[in-house]
Each structure stands twice: as C-alpha cells, then as structure tokens.
Design a protein around this ligand. Structure first.
Ligand SMILES: Nc1nc2c(c(=O)[nH]1)N=C([C@H](O)[C@H](O)COP(=O)(O)OP(=O)(O)OP(=O)(O)O)CN2
Length: 169
C-alpha cells in the first residue's frame, strides 16, 4: 500500500480563455467557439520535509505564464488530419480546418502539436510544458506524480497524469 501527500492549486486566474473547434471522427467539426478553460494542478509527494518544499508560489507563477501563452487565442492542432496550414507570417495565419478557410491575426493563434484540441489533449500538452518549465523544481525524490486537469465548463474536463519512476533508494 502506498501512502502519499497530495497538494493542489486551482485559482480563478489560473485559466486560459481560448477558442477551439473539436474535430469528430467522421471528419466534421464544431463551429468556432470558446471556453474559460480552468486548470487544476496536483502533485503527489514522497515527502513533506522542509528542505523538500515544493513552493506553491513558484508553481502558480509558472502555471500563470504558461496559461498566458494560450489565453485569448484560437488554439489549433497542427497534427489534425483535417488541418492545413495555408500561409503563416508575422501578421496572419491562414488555415483550413475540415475544408473551411480561416484567416486570423498571428498574435491571436496558438499552434499546438496536437491531433485534436480537446480537454484531454490540452491537459497532456500542458503537463509536458509544465514539466519543461518547472524543471529542477520537480525533484525526483520529492515529486511522485503531477496531475493536470483542464475543465472547459463546470464538471466537464479532462486530466493527464505524469508519473515519475519510484524514488531512487
Ligand atoms: N472527449 C471530448 N469530447 C468533446 C470535447 C472534449 O474536449 N473532449 N469538447 C467538446 C466541445 O468543445 C464542448 O463540449 C463544447 O462545450 P459546450 O459549448 O459547453 O457544449 P456542450 O454540448 O458540451 O454543453 P452542454 O451545456 O452540455 O450542452 C465536444 N466533445
């Protein structure tokens, strides 16, 4: 039996207000729409020793910076089979999604390496970015797992669990 501490962070400001279009298996898609995607970040810990403190402040600061990259932008999955990047320059991104053509200001788009922009893939991508950005803060002998949950509305979202190898003996 494994007993562990879990700490979590979820704040109104730790969110990204973004547009997206879910693509469905039949090749159809939703019309352009948006959500206030709320983020819950949890960590399972091996220890609560003072010297091993994972400071909420640093975690929230990093999460806020990462959310800002996606906030007030149209999130597009570049690995989507129904996505075609037609033209991209400093001012505009022209693309097609499920055969429909869009032209959007370049500073209002976030191109993500995803096959579909849905809560489950956003949670996974956010986890990858956070592991990269939090870096050495996530000490292998302290943090057992990180769980990222992205909710597109109350009681509707997706989670991704990033687990590290057991603590080195
Ligand atoms: N597996 C997933 N399926 C769907 C997702 C998703 O992220 N993962 N997302 C959508 C839509 O984008 C989302 O459901 C749209 O939300 P909303 O405008 O709230 O519409 P709903 O129909 O979900 O809301 P109701 O209030 O329940 O009508 C679709 N599928």
């Amino acid at each position: 039996m494994t007993s562990r501490h879990r700490i979590f962070v979820s704040k109104d400001v730790l969110k990204f207000s973004s547009a997206h279009m879910t693509v469905f298996p039949d090749g159809s898609k939703e019309r352009l729409h948006g959500h206030n995607f709320q983020v819950l970040l949890e960590f399972e810990l091996h220890t609560t020793k003072l010297v091993s403190l994972l400071d909420f402040g640093l975690v929230k600061q990093t999460l806020a910076q990462v959310c800002a990259r996606w906030d007030q932008r149209l999130l597009l999955g570049t690995r989507c089979p129904a996505f075609e990047l037609v033209k991209q320059d400093a001012t505009e991104v022209e693309f097609k999604l499920c055969g429909k053509r869009y032209v959007v200001p370049a500073d209002e788009v976030a191109l993500l390496p995803l096959e579909n922009v849905v809560v489950e893939t956003l949670a996974e991508e956010l986890a990858f970015v956070l592991v990269e950005q939090l870096g050495s803060l996530l000490k292998r002998d302290v943090v057992a797992a990180m769980i990222v949950t992205v909710s597109e509305s109350t009681n509707q979202g997706g989670s991704y669990r990033w687990e590290w190898e057991p603590r080195p003996s």
